[in-house]
Design a protein around this ligand. Structure first.
Ligand code: 2RA
Length: 344
């Protein structure tokens, strides 16, 4: 019996990607779509400017969109995937949890709340048990789990693979695709032939979310990891795919071969063995373009490669599809984790 799910914020860039990933999913059945008040009552086809790289599924196109309000969503929906603007999520996600809904959210609000599990399943699935603390403290019948920022998801699994070497300091520079800014964000035309330094909302997320994800949960509270992380984030003129350059300093000796061996074994990482193979597709000799390499499968793998010793420890690169593996896929993976652990 498929779990009945809803998508909060269904017309946005990530909401559309959620629908694309959930519609064929064998364990989830889309039963509710919400958007702003102005879209309530319309069919999804009328409400959404569909821009994902596959047609709207017919059964979705004719669904009636409701307002993002617990009173308007069928109470037989078991799990809600939320990709609301953080200001909206901060207001309505707790209301849904109080009403008994379980929410797997990509929205940035509450990611750092001490009783909200921030989870990448292959990194810290054990943090899910924070939900018991959450229920005790908030008295919710429902539950709230968060996935991290898509640029955080791109590099933290590679750090988790190297944790055995005793991570001390990490520097990360990102080259982030335009789709990360959402359909109403940076316009592709504004950024063509440009690179925009300092995205502003990103740097702090990479520096703080990574330490929570790598932290230790003792069954009652979570201690964030002590690793020092410094991030610099840039927007570049690609449509999809966040590419990140990482420098890691560890307590123990960490060679490029050590890192390759560790990453080769780590779930979700797709190791690219040498810099020149690392997913650069040179469309024009003077304009290197990082592209999502579709051989990574359905975009859920995280590519890692180009490992080399540098003045600042070990340097390597990683790349993830920011809405498939990042925002939307990350929420779906957390929905699967909730299902596996009896929360649905
Ligand atoms: C960005 N990581 O790329 C963000 C997506 N919310 O702008």
């Amino acid at each position: 019996m498929a779990v009945r799910v809803g998508v909060l914020g269904a017309t946005g860039a990530v909401g559309q990607r959620l629908i694309q990933l959930l519609e064929p999913h064998p364990e989830f059945e889309i039963a509710a779509l919400t958007a702003s008040e102005s879209s309530a009552g319309k069919t999804y086809r009328e409400a959404a400017k569909w821009r994902v790289d596959s047609p709207i599924p017919d059964d979705i196109a004719d669904m009636t969109v409701t307002a993002t309000d617990p009173d308007d969503v069928d109470d037989d929906v078991d799990l809600l995937f939320s990709s609301l603007p953080s200001s909206v999520g901060a207001a309505v996600e707790p209301a849904f949890c109080e009403e008994g809904y379980v929410v797997s959210s990509n929205s940035s609000n509450s990611r750092m709340a001490e009783d909200v599990p921030l989870v990448i399943p292959e990194v810290n699935a054990d943090h899910l048990d924070l939900l018991e603390v959450q229920r005790d403290e908030r008295g919710w019948d429902g539950a709230l789990i968060k996935n991290p920022n898509c640029s955080t998801i791109t590099f933290v699994p590679t750090l988790a693979a190297l944790a055995e070497f005793g991570l001390e300091r990490v520097h990360v520079a990102t080259l982030q695709a335009v789709s990360g800014a959402g359909y109403d964000g940076v316009s592709s035309m504004e950024i063509i032939d440009n690179a925009v330094p300092y995205i502003g909302s990103e740097e702090d997320k990479l520096e703080t979310e990574s330490r929570k994800l790598l932290g230790e949960f003792d069954g009652a509270s979570l201690t964030h990891d002590s690793v020092e992380v410094a991030a610099s984030c840039n927007r570049i003129p690609t449509i999809d795919g966040h590419l990140e350059n990482v420098w890691v300093e560890a307590a123990d000796e960490l060679t490029a071969d050590d890192a390759k061996a560790a990453m080769r074994e780590y779930p979700s990482l797709d190791l690219r063995s040498s810099p020149d193979q690392f997913i650069y597709v040179f469309d024009e000799p003077d304009r290197p373009q990082p592209r999502m390499d579709r051989t990574l499968g359905d975009g859920m793998a995280i590519a890692a490669g180009g490992h080399r010793a540098s003045t600042f420890g070990l340097q390597y690169n990683c790349l993830a599809h920011n809405t498939i593996r990042g925002a939307a896929g990350a929420s779906v993976l957390n929905g699967e984790l909730l299902l596996e652990n009896g929360y649905l």
